[in-house]
Design a protein. Sequence first.
Length: 190
Amino acid sequence: MSTRFIHITEEDLRRLHHLLGAVGRQPGHDQDHRETLRQEIDRAVVLNAADLPEDVVTMRTRVRVRDLESGQLADYTVVYPREADIQSNRISVLAPLGTALLGYREGDDIEWPIPKGLRRLRVEKILRQPEAARRRDSPLPPGSTPRAATQTAGAHTGSAPNRNSLLHYDELDRRLMDTFPASDAVARYI
């Protein structure tokens, strides 16, 4: 673990706090892993997703890392516990490696205790960061507010919006946390 500041989005912070609360109510999860993640996000510089540099590891970022001892390269995606799949290199944020990667940037070296000892890694390349992908794919100019977000905030006037055509961010967040609660046993082993 490092004393350097990491970067995290407001959305990831909110979801991770929710996750930590849910995990804290679940028996069987390692208290040390939860506490380590909590310490990491407590020291984070929190940014709006639009302001986040493209070279930061966020939730659901695909990242290439180099093991500084062996020189071996590996690609991982940092995910929520229920999305974790070691065969697909989808690493839970509650796992030591997932917690270690969160918030670091391309070129950063990480020293992190894992069950087999100290691991030294370098973040070589961000292969896909969701926030950057959304910015690239968005037809809206920077600083614009998506119509759906405005409508869900109560700014819609006239006829009722088509529920299927709108993004209901709070509802999606609730569904995400219901779909991916922090009770997945794989998080204990990754």
